[in-house]
Design a protein around this ligand. Sequence first.
Ligand code: ADP
Ligand code: ADP
Ligand code: MG
Length: 664
Amino acid sequence: MFDSVLIANRGEIACRVIRTCRRLGVRTISVFSEADRGALFTRLADVAVSIGPSPASDSYLRGDRIVAVAQQTGAQAIHPGYGFLAENAGFARACAAAGVRFIGPSPDAMEAMGLKDAAKALMERVGVPVVPGYHGADQDDGRLLHEAACIGFPVLIKAVAGGGGKGMRRVDAHSDFLGALAAARREAQGSFGDSRVLVEKYLEKPRHIELQILADAHGNTLHLHERDCSLQRRHQKVVEEAPAPSVPPALRKAMGDAAVQAARAVQYEGAGTVEMIVDVAAGLSERFYFMEMNTRLQVEHPVTELITGLDLVEWQLRIAAGEHLPLTQEQLPLRGHAIEVRVCAEEPAADFAPRTGSLRHVAWPQHPHLRVETGVTTGDDVSVFYDSMIAKLVVWGEDRAQAIRVLSQCLAQVELAGVQTNLSFLKAAIDQPAFRTGDVHTGFLAQHREAILARPAGWFSDTVALAVMGLLRQREQGGNASPWSDRRSFRVNAPATDVLLLSLQGRALDVVVRFDGARTELRFEGQVVSVEQAVLTGQQLTVISGERLLQASYVVDGERAFLLREAESHELRVRALFLAAAEDAGALGVVRSPLPGRILSVFVATGQRVQKGEPLVSLEAMKMEHTLRASADGVVQSVSVKAQEQVVEGGTLLVLHDPDAEKE
Ligand code: ADP
Ligand code: ADP
Ligand code: MG
């Protein structure tokens, strides 16, 4: 075994590799960019060396600098993680030339599998089924169009150098082909510097099933069963599990044998993955096709570790150090079921657009069968420089149903604030009945999008109740809070009414709060919510509303607070807080604006009965927010303004009158 290993990567995978190295007593050297100065993985490593500016092209892709650091620090081997230089044959050759062991397959094996057309041709030669299509050298428009017509639409155009779901175009009709071809070529040239494409049959309802391979330098090649990675967005994996749901043993064996054959065809060494596509349009058939081989450790490798009990990083190191695989194919365990979800900084409702920001609060749940793989802690940034993955949550269960239940519970308890994430999307996705029955395919997330993004009835009012009660309790506990509790005790006869001008997730929210003995009534956006009890202990908030018990975490972060519950984070800010006694400008008769300004909210409607002290209108004037209140009980006869409208000083806002006077 090596004495020291350099990890040419960052974030969660660097942390993951360091963990196994430490267990094996291997000294670790990390390299980091400017943006990662002080990051978790640099603190976990024994040695951390700066390699350049934040952009990956100036740091994590600078193979020359990384090899130089390995030589300076005496690292015997380099683990490339995934992404960056992991599948770069030139880098593997540079390592060898410098006398440093590259932990991975030979550069030749990487190259043989690096281009999709050559890999498909090789697989055909060794008898591994490939998706029907054309992957020849002739790139002439007419030839490709002819081949597409022979395959039959729909077809998929793929960049031969593609990866990460890029450079792919589905074409449904003959007439669309040449336009899509031009677009695919442009994207391929831009992303990979290679405009060549292949064309293959587009499978309408496929599953992505892949085989984990381990091969030693002594001719032993094993597959560690399969993973199902069918839940994807933009052809990229989001949820992965092992084993694949409802795969019959015969299919598992056939796919496993084919994957081993694929690896043997390139004299594969180390850990790798053979990706297959299986057509399930007419149920789970026995037909599977080779898609590509990824010649590295994969993001989703932990699910395989949890069902086999093997540490894949340990075996990468042992194989690179020349050891023999300890097990035969028949001895390889398959116990229970494991699922992983990728928690990313992104907004699912906005077509999964990536988001950046500072993680203000990070807390992971505890569960004996939960593994959290992450590279960030509270205070870290999700920057524009690298990918948007914040963490992977991986659970093990005795069976698939148990694994889903545990994962769903754990997801509900994750607390991430400060950056938008896909957490609640992930939870809703695995909670879908169709996921629970195992009806997975690559179109699953698109098919169930509406249901996944939907919120249960009462979701918004519960959120507001928790946010407002958290704020009120926090103010009572803080130094500037006494007016709230004091005032209620003085008003024994009339309920006190106040207005909270808040912003919840950046959206203005005005809440009229009435304290009525122990009960608190909240009115906002046409809803009325009654709160019987609210307790804030540390960051734990418990609210009883109606008959229901609501719970959340309430985390104060300077000028704002975060309400965290059910895999969601809601940012709360106070636009202004007014006490009932502050103003009494709304006299009976014509209610006029005391200042020139802009209307923020109108709290009443024509015909509404109001009590003395009740808020009528709030406006922003002289950079301050003012609330006008009824000076006496009355009825709103007319309203002249609406939110966002500008008003002049003395302008009519509404007319209030005394209903009893009218009767006379
Ligand atoms: P997997 O099949 O293991 O999920 P992905 O295609 O999702 O692999 O890629 C794994 C990681 O590597 C992702 O974080 C992705 O952003 C990154 N990655 C993929 N290709 C490249 C590349 N060419 N350069 C840098 N990073 C890459
Ligand atoms: P990448 O190198 O970007 O990972 P892959 O060839 O592995 O490219 O394909 C990525 C994803 O695209 C697959 O997981 C699958 O969802 C989809 N895909 C690939 N080939 C086909 C096909 N022939 N028909 C339908 N979907 C496909
Ligand atoms: Mg792939």
